[in-house]
Design a protein around this ligand. Structure first.
Ligand code: FES
Length: 162
């Protein structure tokens, strides 16, 4: 438990103000980080056939696993596993942190955090893998890939809500 808010009983005015300032600084820091969605390279904990297991991301961000061609994205309490491959012509997608969107370096298609299509030559959203929660991990089935236009219900449901 945080030491913030631990001021009980004999707390003076100066202590109270110091704790308030620290709380405000933490709020601003975490608020900025949540919006930034930093990118990192990551690796699976294990692969067993077509199922790939990852730790639940501890914070908002995008994890790229080039070995498995998986992008794991956490935004708030939602975790989604995308195919790393652009649905237009099979180019590896990138996360553009400043813009807060996925982009394809080949023909500049752009996608939102949840994989929905914004603009470019692609004709559909990013493909999602089936994903389930198992304790403190998420399990991605790379044999079950859903296309937003052809399998809309499965694509929409391919989310783990924490
Ligand atoms: S390969 Fe990605 S937009 Fe063409």
């Amino acid at each position: 438990m945080s030491s913030l808010g631990s001021c009980t009983g004999a707390c003076g005015r100066r202590d109270f103000l110091q704790q308030g300032a620290a709380l405000l600084a933490l709020t601003l820091f975490f608020g900025r980080d949540a919006a930034a969605m930093p990118v990192r390279m990551g690796a699976a904990l294990r692969r067993d056939g077509a199922t790939v297991t990852y730790p639940i991301p501890a914070a908002d961000g995008v994890t790229i696993d080039r070995d498995q061609d998986v992008i794991l994205a956490r935004s708030g309490n939602r975790v989604i596993a995308f195919s790393l491959i652009c649905p237009h012509q099979n180019t590896a997608l990138r996360w553009q942190e400043k813009a807060g969107e996925f982009q394809c370096p080949k023909h500049k298609s752009r996608y939102r955090t949840d994989g929905t299509f914004i603009a470019g030559r692609a004709t559909r959203a990013m493909d999602r893998f089936a994903i389930t929660r198992a304790g403190e991990t998420v399990v991605v089935d790379v044999d079950r890939v859903f296309e937003a236009d052809a399998q809309a219900a499965d694509w929409a449901a391919a989310v783990v809500t924490l």
